[in-house]
Write a protein that binds this ligand. Structure first.
Ligand code: HGA
Length: 604
């Protein structure tokens, strides 16, 4: 979702900003724009609907300056167009603003500004900010921005340039990430560290309600009320190279192929062989508290929600704590009963997903204990939770999640083992699960080796307009995630059902043109899954099984290595990521940036 990049220093700013925008492209966007302080002090703006390369093509040859801000927009108010792209300026072109988030009272402010004689030229909510800042009678830019923000309701991460204050960029955060990058006689700002790491790894993440002033030689942070806050830079652990494609044609392919390493990382340093358990220090939950948990509720959106469904099953199986997962986007609106003995787990790759963050804030308000399960260190959900686990998948650039999903599920397996071992899970079972976890990286490599077969199968099924995905119990969330992946990246309609539900409705859809992917692990439900395949075959349905052995009833089988029953879902999902990938490739889709989707959904 939208991205912000800004720079103030001594270098030529336009190439730096364009490169920063390119690093944010993965988040998904529909238009882009840049504004710099030109040689004469004027604000010079270029905007373009479409990709950053289209913006780049419009940037004039002479576009020199050493201060500027830029944006990739994902429209919430007003269609994607040149005019609606950010930055937005006031009528005198004194103030330029780039903004992530939503101004809830924009129509009211717009009416007020129009009544006062302002001429608003775009359909966006953002534009009111530029006019409000320009109209403030306050003396300093900081005060002008503060004045404007006082009238605003909503969420923002924003950066502001002012013609009369060419020595600074002022930024503010409320509900949408803003990260400062601290360099040597130069400062950066971005909505995501991805845009900064090529230049500096020293960063300061603003809190909600915080603002900052960046000058070439220094920066300061303060609250929206004006009191100074302390900001000690931290070092980002991810390298700039982690954001490169590393010889693959797409980030999705790269990230699928990185999963063995990624799983190794989430396990590293956490296994405790002596007690057949794992150490998860960041949980901030001692053994007594862990024993006191009566229920677990996992909240996430999209793929993270599906990872949470597998997580809930793992926790029920290994720790025998009643657990379930729910979309955070629904939970936060249903005035849920918040129970003091329930432990809440908030799952998000970016740690900034707005719906998840809002659910966390609502839970905290009601006094619940919330743990974050996130990938991005220091992100909003990590900071607002009482503790949690990082999933250590490394940067995930493709809009659709693959390695982060797998690592999140493995992190849940670790949590389930930990909770199980402070309760009734035996040492023998603890050892069995640990051995299974240790086998995962190698088994993932084995699955990845079957890619040529999966590619052939994906090409074979690529003519299907719709596909059914079925599984039972452990296999069902795997089917749901695989169906989502196929939809997201290939735009082929896919529906997931518990295989047990087939005869209660979806069997009516089965015919040769509607193939079924069946998740068929070698566990106590094997015969039931075979019976489901039999039902499909009897209706002339085509079947692709993902199983631990060749399935006679299926037309094709992708065989994956067997692990412990509880951990099987982790491996069974991986070939279906490749299946979605190769279907999308066969259909010529824009794999890393599927239409209408964004990476971190930082608006509601
Ligand atoms: N509301 C603004 C910015 C949207 C945004 O933050 N998207 O992620 C607009 O529509 O331009």
């Amino acid at each position: 979702m939208c991205g912000i990049v800004g720079y103030i220093g001594r270098r030529d700013v336009a190439p730096l900003l364009l490169e920063g925008l390119q690093r944010l492209e993965y988040r998904g966007y529909d238009s882009a724009g840049v504004v710099i302080t030109g040689k004469t002090g004027d604000l010079r703006v270029v905007k373009a609907k479409g990709r950053v390369r289209e913006l780049q093509a419009r940037v004039p040859k002479r576009f020199a300056g050493t201060t500027g801000i830029a944006h990739t927009r994902w429209a919430t108010h007003g269609k994607p167009s040149d005019l609606n792209a950010h930055p937005h300026l006031d009528n005198d072109e004194k103030v330029a603003v780039v903004h992530n988030g939503i101004i809830d009272n924009a129509s009211e402010l717009r009416a007020r500004l129009v009544a006062e004689g302002a001429e608003l030229v775009s359909e966006t909510d953002t534009e009111v900010l530029a006019h409000l800042i320009a109209r403030s009678a306050a003396e300093t830019l900081e005060q002008k921005v503060r004045d404007a923000l006082r009238s605003v309701e909503g969420t923002y991460g924003l950066a502001v340039l002012h013609r009369d204050f060419p020595d600074r960029i002022v930024v503010a955060r409320n509900g949408s990430p803003v990260v400062l990058g601290i360099g040597e006689k130069e400062m950066f700002v971005a909505s995501d560290v991805a845009a900064l790491v090529a230049h500096t790894r020293q960063v300061v993440t603003l809190e909600d309600g915080e603002m900052a002033t960046l000058k070439a030689d220094d920066f300061r942070t303060y609250t929206t009320e004006g009191s100074r806050t302390s900001a000690t830079p931290t070092t980002v652990e991810w390298e700039a190279e982690s954001y490169d494609m590393g010889g693959h044609d797409t980030y999705m392919h790269k990230e699928i192929c990185e999963q063995a390493e990624a799983v190794d990382r989430v396990l590293r340093g956490r296994i405790d062989d002596r007690f057949a358990t794992v150490r998860l220090d960041g949980l901030n939950l001692d053994a007594r508290e862990a024993r006191g948990v009566r229920r677990i509720k996992i909240l996430g959106c999209g793929t993270s929600y599906h990872a949470g469904q597998i997580g809930a099953q793992l926790i029920e199986e290994l720790a025998r704590i009643p657990s379930d997962a729910e979309p955070a986007s629904e939970f936060r609106y249903r005035n849920a009963v918040v129970d003091p003995d329930t432990l809440y787990l908030a799952v998000s790759q970016s740690g900034e997903t707005y719906d998840v963050l809002a659910a966390v804030q609502e839970l905290k308000r009601k006094g619940a204990r919330v743990l974050g399960v996130v990938n991005v260190v220091g992100s909003a959900i990590a900071r607002e939770s009482d503790g949690g686990m990082y999933v250590h998948a490394g940067p995930e650039v493709c809009v659709v999640s693959t390695k982060c999903f797998t690592n999140t599920v493995v992190a849940f397996a670790l949590l389930a083992l930990h909770l199980g071992r402070v309760r009734d899970l035996s040492v023998a079972d603890g050892r069995r699960i640990i051995a299974g976890l240790r086998k995962l990286p190698e088994q993932i490599e084995q699955v990845l080796k079957t890619e040529p077969d999966i590619k052939r199968l994906a090409t074979h099924f690529a003519d299907a307009r719709s596909m059914l995905f079925v599984g039972r119990v452990r296999g069902y969330p795997v089917a749901r995630e695989a169906a989502l992946k196929l939809k997201e990246v290939s735009y082929v309609h896919a529906e997931a059902y518990p295989a047990s539900e087939l005869k209660h409705g979806p069997l009516a859809l089965v015919e040769p043109a509607m193939p079924t992917v069946a998740i068929v692990p070698d566990d106590d439900l094997l015969e039931k899954n075979r019976a489901a395949m039999e039902e499909i075959k009897a209706r002339s349905g085509r079947i692709l099984a993902v199983a631990h052995q060749e399935q006679e009833k299926a037309d094709h089988t992708i065989v994956v290595p067997k692990n412990e029953d509880e951990l099987d879902p982790i491996l069974m999902g991986i070939p279906l990521q490749l299946f979605a990938y190769h279907t999308a490739l066969a259909l010529g889709r824009d794999i890393d940036k599927p239409r209408n989707l964004a990476k971190s959904v930082t608006v509601e």
